[in-house]
Design a protein around this ligand. Structure first.
Ligand code: KG4
Ligand code: ZN
Length: 350
C-alpha cells in the first residue's frame, strides 16, 4: 500500500515489447514503461521469436528499475504482481513470467497471471475510470481479431474470431509487399489518407450470414494478385490507392460486424441497454479510419464508443496490471506453479 492505495506491479512480454507498470487501485497508472524492439525487427521485416526473448532478458531488470523510480515505490509498497501468461510467443512470455515469479517469491507478494486479450480490453478501464462491464469489445491486433461479449471483468464470450490472418497481420503483410517496412499498420494508415478508397474494388469477405468470424487472407492475396497484374501489364501502381482500398475493404467488414454484434446482443432490449457500448482494444484500435468509421456508425445507432489512447492500445503492462487487479479481487492469487501458455483460451462463459 502507498498513500492508502492498493499497488499493483505488472509485466508484459508476450511479443516484442518489454513493459513494466505500476498502478494504484487498479486503474490509476503511476508508471507504464515500454521498451520496444521495433527498431531491431525493422531489419528482419517482422518479429524473430528467439531474438525477442533475448532482448526481454537483457532489458527487463532495467525496465523494472525505471518503472519503480517513476512511480516512486519500493518493493515494500507492492501488494500484487500481475503478468501476461498467454497467449503469445512462448520464449517471450517466459521472460515476463520468470521475472514476475522471482519478484513475487523474493518479496512475498501475491502473483496473478493475466490473459493478454483481457489485458487489452482492460486498457479501457484505465482510459475511462467510470467504465464497467457488460459491453461488446472489438479486439484487433497483430495476433488477434475478435468480437467479444464482455459480461464481467473476468468473464466473456467470444462471438467471432479470424479464421486465418489477424487484421494487424494482414496490414503488416500488405505493407511489406508495398515496400513500406515494419510494422506496416501505422504506415498503411498514413498512406491510405492520400489514396482513393474506391479505386480498387477489393471483395468484402463476410463469410456465412450472421457469422461474426473474419477472414483476411483472401483480401491479402487479392492485393498481391492486383500488384502482379499491374506489374505484368507495365502499369504504374498508385500505392496510396492500394492502401486506401485495402483498408476500406477491411474496415467495412469490421465495422458492420462489431456494430451488428452490439445491436443484436444489447440493442433492442431496454433491460440490457447498459451494455450498448462498443469498446476497442489492441494495436489496430489506433487506426484513424477505424476510429472515424466507428464514431460515425455508433453515433447513428446510439452506441457509446470507447477507445484507449494509442499508448494504451499497443502492448503495455498497465493494461495487464488493471486486469490482474480485477482477477485478484475475485479469485485471489495464482499458485507459483503458474506458467506461460502460448495458446491460452479466454475465460469463456457458456
Ligand atoms: O496489440 P499490438 O501492439 O500487438 C499484438 O498483440 O499484436 O498490435 C500490433 C499490430 C501490428 O500488426 C501493427 O501493424 C498494428 O497493430 N497497428 C495498426 C496501426 N497501429 C498498429 N494497424 C493499422 N493501423 C494502425 N494505425
Ligand atoms: Zn497485444
Amino acid at each position: 500500500m502507498k498513500d492508502g492505495k492498493f499497488i499493483t506491479m505488472a509485466f508484459e512480454s508476450s511479443c516484442d515489447e518489454t513493459s513494466v507498470a505500476v498502478l494504484a487501485d487498479g486503474r490509476e497508472v503511476w508508471a507504464n514503461v515500454i521498451s520496444s524492439q521495433i527498431d531491431i525487427f525493422k531489419q528482419y521485416g517482422g518479429v524473430v521469436p528467439e531474438i525477442a526473448s533475448r532482448h526481454h532478458l537483457e532489458n527487463i531488470n532495467r525496465v523494472v528499475d525505471q518503472a519503480m523510480e517513476e512511480a516512486k515505490v519500493t518493493w515494500k509498497d507492492i501488494d500484487l504482481i500481475g503478468v501476461t501468461m498467454g497467449p503469445g510467443l512462448v520464449g517471450a512470455l517466459l521472460m515476463g513470467v520468470a521475472t514476475a515469479k522471482a519478484a513475487a517469491f523474493a518479496h512475498d507478494i501475491p502473483l496473478v497471471g493475466v490473459h493478454h486479450i483481457l489485458g487489452h480490453i482492460s486498457a479501457n478501464y484505465i482510459e475511462y475510470p467510470e467504465l464497467k462491464p457488460p459491453f461488446m469489445a472489438l479486439v484487433t491486433s497483430g495476433g488477434h481479431t475478435n468480437i467479444i461479449d464482455v459480461e464481467d471483468y473476468n468473464r466473456c464470450r467470444v462471438l467471432g474470431a479470424t479464421r486465418d490472418d489477424a487484421v494487424g497481420e494482414a496490414y503488416d503483410k500488405v505493407a511489406r509487399v508495398l515496400g513500406l517496412g515494419y510494422p506496416g499498420g501505422p504506415k498503411m494508415d498514413k498512406l491510405a489518407k492520400e489514396g482513393n478508397p474506391d479505386a480498387i474494388p477489393f471483395k468484402r469477405v463476410y463469410l456465412e450470414k450472421d457469422s461474426y468470424d473474419f477472414s483476411f487472407s483472401g483480401l491479402k492475396t487479392a492485393v498481391l494478385n492486383y500488384l502482379n497484374t499491374e506489374k505484368q501489364a507495365g502499369r504504374e501502381v498508385n500505392k496510396a490507392d492500394v492502401a486506401a482500398s485495402f483498408q476500406q475493404a477491411v474496415m467495412d467488414v469490421i465495422v458492420d460486424k462489431s456494430v451488428g454484434a452490439v445491436l443484436e446482443r444489447y440493442g433492442n432490449d431496454p433491460a440490457k441497454s447498459a451494455g450498448k457500448k462498443l469498446v476497442l482494444a489492441g494495436g489496430v484500435a489506433s487506426n484513424t479510419k477505424l476510429r472515424a468509421m466507428l464514431e460515425d456508425a455508433c453515433a447513428k445507432k446510439g452506441i457509446e464508443l470507447f477507445r484507449p489512447s494509442p499508448i494504451l492500445c499497443t502492448d503495455n503492462a498497465a493494461m495487464i496490471g488493471c486486469s490482474a487487479y480485477y482477477k485478484y479481487k475475485e479469485f485471489g492469487a495464482d499458485s507459483m506453479d503458474m506458467d506461460a501458455y502460448p495458446s491460452l483460451p479466454l475465460p469463456d462463459v457458456e
